[in-house]
Design a protein around this ligand. Structure first.
Ligand code: BGP
Length: 474
């Protein structure tokens, strides 16, 4: 639909940006924090460890002041489980509790709403040693962790996100350093979807708990949603795109919103002898959880075609969150020839962003908040302390324009939190893959000054927020 007149952004639209604890904080093994799976994983070649990151742990005051200068209404960050509970359960690290208390208070000082992700790719290593999400007790571990967060911060934090990109944990765990497969496992798909099931139950219980414990609390999931296109109008390609849509997207949202397994996913699991075991009470628990909104991360769409059983093509195993993969008889990744890509090979599709928002809203009818969207690039600091990231401005402009198109389509949009507020360590491509509005003066292995610099996108986004999305020009 080409609108004659676009509707404005709602008056209370939540402009802001996102980070995650293990990627931004540093202090990864100090101040009482226990290691997470990220601290003990084998680092991808040529990428730095997580002991410093952006040093947000020590510089959060300066960082929040810069966010306030941009006019942020909201700051999305995550709480590190092993900073609060070094062993994952039991003993509480008071210094960790205090750190997030201070961070939250600092946001509130500037009227920035804290939007807290409860779990972002960082399972405590001590819980991995106890079987991670494959242990049925993991549901209770997460519920206890949730209780501690709601008790400690629920008086001030009213917006919560459950599990960041549970779909990526399930689909590309090895790339982001989160895959846990117990020794002797004979059916990896069954194992992974059993873990996924425990996360789904844990999430549903956390949603109920939030509503019970946090006065006026609102909570939602935060999967990575990419609408999947069919490579052609061949009916078999359409079936393949529905397959990937189901396993990548709708499984997670059908579960969060309706508490039921998507039927295409269930039959896929049956085919692989991989349906998860339900513990007594699971079906009811899944039904009881109700999100107040849907948070979702969007980087691009995906495209696929049919993958006949006798097709000998080998699909790349190097797939990450946004690159193509495939599975014989189910779907085959396809490079969309209509889209350009970033320096890191991720396709760029702003119109697909609108299509994704329309699709999510028409399926679930809940308000949406974009919890990630952004462009990773090798930014350069000039001699006079500037970062000319016009490519990022262009990317964000195109995507924000599509948010307005979606609003005009009748989609209820609550806010927009691109990735990332400040430069931080990427999941597997190091800190030199930068996303922030705020530049951090360090290289992969040379920590330099760690000073903060305002990128060109910083000034641009400030104006976007000031005009509530009306002025997107340079
Ligand atoms: C999402 C994750 C983030 C983040 C972002 C960019 O999948 O939720 O943690 O890092 O992608 O990805 P990358 O760091 O791989 O460039």
């Amino acid at each position: 639909m080409i609108h004659k007149q676009l509707k404005p952004f709602p008056k209370d639209f939540l402009w802001g940006a996102s980070t995650s604890a293990y990627q931004v904080e540093g202090a990864s093994l100090t101040h009482g924090k226990g290691p997470s799976c990220q601290d003990v994983k084998e680092l991808p070649e040529g990428t730095s460890g997580l002991d410093v990151c952006a040093d947000h742990y020590h510089r959060y005051k300066e960082d929040i002041a810069l966010m306030a200068e941009m006019g942020f209404k909201v700051y999305r960050f995550s709480i590190s489980w092993s900073r609060l509970l070094p062993e994952g359960t039991g003993r509480v690290n008071q210094e960790g509790i205090d750190f997030y208390n201070n961070l939250i208070d600092e946001c509130l000082k500037y009227d920035i709403i804290p939007l807290v992700t409860m779990f972002h790719f960082d399972m405590p290593a001590a819980l991995d040693a106890r079987g991670s999400w494959s242990n049925p007790d993991s549901v209770q571990w997460f519920v206890d962790f949730a209780k501690l967060m709601f008790e400690s911060y629920g008086d001030r934090v009213k917006y919560w996100l459950t599990i960041n990109e549970q779909n990526m944990l399930t689909l590309v765990g090895p790339v982001i350093g989160t895959l846990f497969i117990p020794e002797g496992c004979t059916n990896e798909i069954k194992e992974i979807y059993q873990q996924n099931h425990h996360m789904l139950v844990a999430q549903a219980k956390a949603m109920v708990l939030c509503h019970e414990m946090v006065e006026g609390g609102k909570i939602g999931p935060a999967p990575n949603i990419s609408l999947v296109y069919a490579a052609s109008c061949k009916p078999e390609d359409v079936i393949a795109s529905q397959n990937l849509n189901a396993i990548r997207n709708w499984l997670y949202l059908d579960m969060s919103v309706y508490g039921v397994y998507n039927n295409i996913v269930w039959s896929y699991l049956e085919e692989h002898d991989a349906t998860p075991e339900f513990a007594p009470g699971d079906a009811e628990a899944l039904k009881n959880g109700h999100p107040d909104f849907i948070g979702f991360n969007y980087y691009n769409t995906a495209t696929c075609e049919a993958f006949p059983i006798d097709d000998e093509t080998v699909q790349s195993s190097a797939a990450d969150q946004q690159t193509q993969r495939g599975e014989k008889g189910f779907y085959k990744g396809y490079r969309n020839p209509n889209l350009v890509t970033t320096e890191f090979g991720w396709e760029i599709d702003p119109v697909g962003f609108r299509a994704t928002m329309r699709e999510i809203y028409s399926r679930y009818r809940l308000p949406l908040i974009v919890t990630e969207n952004g462009l990773g690039a090798y930014d350069k600091l000039t001699e006079d302390g500037k970062i000319h990231d016009n490519y990022r401005i262009e990317y964000l402009r195109q995507h924000i324009m599509q948010v307005q198109e979606a609003i005009s389509d009748g989609v209820e949009m609550m806010g927009y939190c691109p990735w990332s507020a400040i430069d931080l360590v990427s999941t597997h491509e190091g800190i030199v893959k930068r996303y922030g509005f705020i530049y951090v003066d360090r290289d992969e292995f040379d920590l330099k000054t760690l000073n903060r610099y305002r990128k060109d996108s910083f000034f641009w986004y400030k104006k976007v927020i000031e005009t509530n999305g009306q002025d997107l020009t340079d």
